[in-house]
Ligand binder design. Structure first.
Ligand SMILES: Cc1cc2nc3c(=O)[nH]c(=O)nc-3n(C[C@H](O)[C@H](O)[C@H](O)COP(=O)(O)OP(=O)(O)OC[C@H]3O[C@@H](n4cnc5c(N)ncnc54)[C@H](O)[C@@H]3O)c2cc1C
Length: 288
């Protein structure tokens, strides 16, 4: 059995160079909470592991002001949780990260790893999508900036090229009167993956909704941005009738699987319910 080589580059260029040289044979390591499980269970056996945690840009949290942050792909949920400024602006993103595994997992699990693992049930993904965050990726042919909703291609698959590394996320400036929220449904009380996850990011001008983003997780091969629901909300005072119609849009946007955690019918129904609850929380926060 050949031994896996561990490399720990200190710069993005070095990491990109190493990764592109060993295309297909190497894996990027952030917190390792998915990667190491996959290696130990024999699903993966990379020749090289490239640890990106010692690269400044990939591990730092930068506050650009007014809710705009640049968050390194390898920043863990626990590190972000300790950032008081981020907490004030993006409580919904933190709600999602707080649900990932246990405290021990959250100390390692990164935003970038949660996205690049491409599980349809990744909790931070709908929250990132609802926030309007974009992802900066870099490969030997240069840099790209993609909306988070364009990263997933299907279960376990991303639209990153074989030689591209996710560097960091740009969170947009927070509009006045806006707030986000994330809720998920799991069949057990501890340590399970989402049957449905729903994130809402809403902007209120007094009682009128002037902007909205709604995203669902675990109900389709990739997380879903539900533009139809957002369109219904915008320009209204969020009367019950509008909310019910938007909840129906969420149900219709689902293309879920039947499995031991939930049936197709159940997942669809729960997505509408979670949407209504997450919306209520986001609106309450936005009006504070
Ligand atoms: C006990 C347990 C409970 C869990 N519970 C949950 C849960 O409730 N909800 C949930 O969403 N997840 C859960 N997970 C999954 C896991 O913790 C997350 O997916 C985690 O966020 C992955 O981040 P990481 O830093 O550990 O990634 P890693 O394991 O280091 O990497 C994951 C994958 O992404 C790739 N990758 C990582 N970073 C980059 C990058 N910057 N550029 C390109 N590719 C990259 C890696 O090569 C690998 O393929 C759980 C895991 C465990 C072990």
């Amino acid at each position: 059995m050949t031994e896996t080589q561990y490399l720990s580059p200190k710069t993005i260029d070095e990491a990109v160079n190493l990764y592109s040289k060993n295309q297909g044979q190497s894996k990027i390591l952030a917190g390792g909470t998915d990667l190491l499980v996959q290696i130990r269970s024999g699903v993966l056996s990379p020749e090289t592991i490239i640890d990106i945690k010692n690269i400044k840009e990939i591990s730092e949290i930068k506050n650009n002001g007014e809710g705009s942050f640049t968050i390194g792909a390898a920043v863990s949920g626990a590190s972000l949780e300790e950032n008081e400024e981020f907490k004030d602006y993006w409580p919904g993103v933190l709600e999602a990260l707080r649900l990932i595994g246990s405290e021990q997992i959250q100390g390692r699990a990164s935003l970038g790893g949660n996205l690049c693992n491409a599980s349809p049930a990744g909790d931070s993904v709908p929250a990132l999508i609802a926030s309007g965050a974009t992802a900066n990726v870099q490969g030997p042919n240069g840099k790209r900036n993609l909306p988070v909703e364009e990263i997933h291609a299907g279960p376990g698959k991303t639209n990153l090229k074989n030689d591209e590394i996710l560097i960091n996320f740009d969170f947009p400036t927070k509009e006045q009167g806006s707030a986000d929220a994330y809720l998920r449904m799991i069949p057990r009380t501890e340590m399970d993956i989402a049957v449905v996850g729903c994130a809402v990011n809403i902007t209120m001008d007094e009682d009128t909704c002037i902007n909205a983003r709604v995203a669902l997780g675990a109900v389709a091969p990739t997380a879903v941005l539900v533009n139809e629901a957002a369109k219904l909300l915008i320009g209204t005072k969020l009367d019950n009738d509008v909310i019910e119609k938007a909840a129906k849009c969420c149900e219709d946007a689902c293309n879920p699987i039947n499995d031991k955690r939930g049936t197709i019918f159940y997942r669809k129904r729960v997505s509408g319910v979670l949407f209504k609850r997450a919306l209520k929380i986001a609106v309450e926060r936005a009006k504070r």
